[in-house]
Ligand binder design. Structure first.
Ligand code: FES
Length: 152
């Protein structure tokens, strides 16, 4: 069941790799539990923009759990509390009214912070350039026409 929750966010803010960063606290009110985690950050960013402040920079692309572009450390866990779930597929229903959520970037020398939660992941490109790869059987992608969609 959808409901709205109020949460406190402690988000790592850092202008670039060469300056010191720190946590800033934000209050996100009336967040629908149907929202994705990234949509919740969008809401926070809309308010920051309206207030004339710098929105939080974060990586994302497909927002469908496919591309692997999104990512952050949420409450000390990579990609948040749901196992096997990308950050863009994490939904706010997994949080409770009154929760405090700590959001920070990856902490690794190989991934220097570009800004806020966004990190430079070009180190992965170096692995690919060097011929590195992994072999994982992920099965076949389902044919789009095989997925039944009800008429609206
Ligand atoms: S934005 Fe593509 S997997 Fe999350």
């Amino acid at each position: 069941m959808t409901k709205n929750i109020n949460i406190t966010l402690k988000i790592w803010r850092q202008k670039n790799a060469s300056v010191k960063g720190g946590f800033e606290t934000y209050h996100a009110a009336n967040i629908s539990t149907d929202m994705s985690f990234l949509e919740m950050i969008d809401v926070v960013n809309e308010q920051l923009t309206l207030d004339g402040k710098d929105p939080v920079a974060f990586d994302h692309d497909c927002r469908e759990g496919i591309c692997g572009m999104c990512g952050a450390v949420v409450n000390g866990r990579a990609h948040g509390p749901e196992k096997g779930t990308t950050l863009c597929q994490l939904h706010m229903r997994h949080f409770s009214d009154g929760d405090t959520i700590v959001i920070e970037p990856w902490r690794a020398k190989a991934f220097p912070i570009i800004k806020d939660i966004a990190v430079d992941r070009s180190a992965f490109d170096q692995i690919i350039i060097a011929g590195g790869y992994i072999s994982v059987n992920v099965g076949g992608a389902p044919d789009a026409n095989a997925i039944p969609i009800e008429n609206g």
